[in-house]
Design a protein around this ligand. Structure first.
Ligand code: NAP
Length: 337
């Protein structure tokens, strides 16, 4: 199936891969950026046939532009949401644009007669606030009031809940579903990269004194884009929710993959483990570490059998994803190794 689809946040990492896959499938793509002054730069970075792509200005924090961007679209992938590298001063800096932006996009989509609305949610909306649990399915929801949750996990949970509540009350026959990825890594098209790639950058450039006992579920950006495309194309998606994940790896396992695959280029990647007490002390004065210190030793594994059964989706081997991330960071000069 191909028609006209709106993808919000065309400047973003995941949206870039999604737009390329949609154009390759024959879709006409409308996309939004906050300011059209950035259009030429984003077009150059996407490297696509210009006639297949139209740009519109729309901000998650304003009503302007959404109706124009969605006019003539039968499908929507709402990808844009703040994903900052640093902890915000106040959690509303993330919660308000994530939630209100999703509602703006939904209202404009309904008014434009959109048939299918796919929202990029996150494992952040699934796996926080569950004591003693390490494996998650689509039935799980983050408890945003838990001390386990932080500004970003709250923003994604509150936004997905608000979107589902709005669709239940007002969505009519517009089908709504979410894609809930874990940490997204993979190739890079430019030096403008997502916050999710920071951990690999820090390991390669040797700015970590050692390896904290943190782990992440990892998924390839190409597979995340592919799951969105499948959600746009498959029948009967109303109410669906799909965890989007490859394996869960500890930082020491990621480091071992980098060392084995890159040899000398991975010489600054640390090998020794940072004791938990040292990470906890660092958290006293580093707000970013403070946000994630509760993750020490925690496994958050995603069961993706639902996506396999319904969408025929599978994650590619994670070693290639990690090495593609690293090689592109080196190629683009993002890290000096
Ligand atoms: P990204 O590269 O930082 O993209 C985020 C996009 O959101 C950018 O296009 C950004 O526009 C846009 N945006 C942020 N605030 C906005 C606002 N107020 N108005 C309009 N647009 C705004 O991050 P990404 O990794 O591609 O993330 C895309 C989506 O995937 C997000 O919903 C994120 O929560 C979700 N996700 C990401 C990961 C991950 O590991 N990367 C994992 C799970 C879920 P600007 O370029 O103008 O800032």
């Amino acid at each position: 199936m191909a028609g006209t689809v709106f993808v919000s946040g065309g400047s973003g990492y995941i949206a870039g891969f999604l737009i390329r896959q949609l154009v390759a499938e024959g879709w006409m793509v409308h996309t939004s950026i906050r300011n059209l002054a950035k259009e030429a730069e984003v077009r150059a970075h996407l490297g696509l046939d210009d006639s297949k792509l139209k740009f519109f200005a729309a901000d998650l924090m304003s009503d302007m532009g959404w109706a124009e961007a969605m006019a003539g679209c039968s499908h929507v992938a709402h990808v844009a949401s703040p994903l900052p590298a640093n902890a915000p001063k106040h959690e509303d800096e993330l919660i308000v644009p994530a939630r209100d932006g999703a509602l703006r996009a939904l209202k404009a989509a309904k008014a434009a007669g959109v048939k299918r609305f796919v929202m990029t949610s996150s494992m952040a909306a699934v796996a926080y606030g569950h004591q003693g649990k390490s494996r998650f399915t689509e039935a799980d929801w983050t408890d945003p009031t838990s001390k386990d949750a932080y500004a970003y996990t709250r923003s994604k949970t509150i936004a997905e809940r608000a979107a589902r509540d709005w669709v239940a009350a007002n969505g009519g026959d517009m089908e709504f579903c979410t894609v809930n990825p874990v940490l997204v890594l993979g190739p890079l098209q430019s030096g403008d990269f997502s916050t999710s790639l920071e951990a690999i950058k820090k390991m390669l450039e040797g700015s970590l004194p050692g390896l904290p006992n943190f782990g992440f579920g990892i998924v390839d950006v190409r597979d995340v884009a592919d799951m969105h495309v499948r959600c746009l194309n498959a029948p009967n998606m109303a109410g669906e929710r799909f965890l989007c994940s490859g394996p869960f790896l500890w930082m020491r396992e990621i480091a071992a993959i980098l060392k084995a695959g890159l040899g000398e280029q991975a010489r600054k990647v640390p090998t020794r483990r940072l004791p938990d007490w040292l990470v906890k002390v660092t958290a006293w004065f580093d707000p970013l570490i403070r946000q994630v210190v509760g993750e020490l030793g925690r496994t958050r594994d995603a069961d993706t059998s639902h996506a396999k059964a319904v969408l025929g989706w599978e994650a590619r081997p994670v070693e290639g994803t990690i090495l593609d991330t690293a090689r592109d960071m080196i190629r683009l000069g993002i890290v000096k190794v």
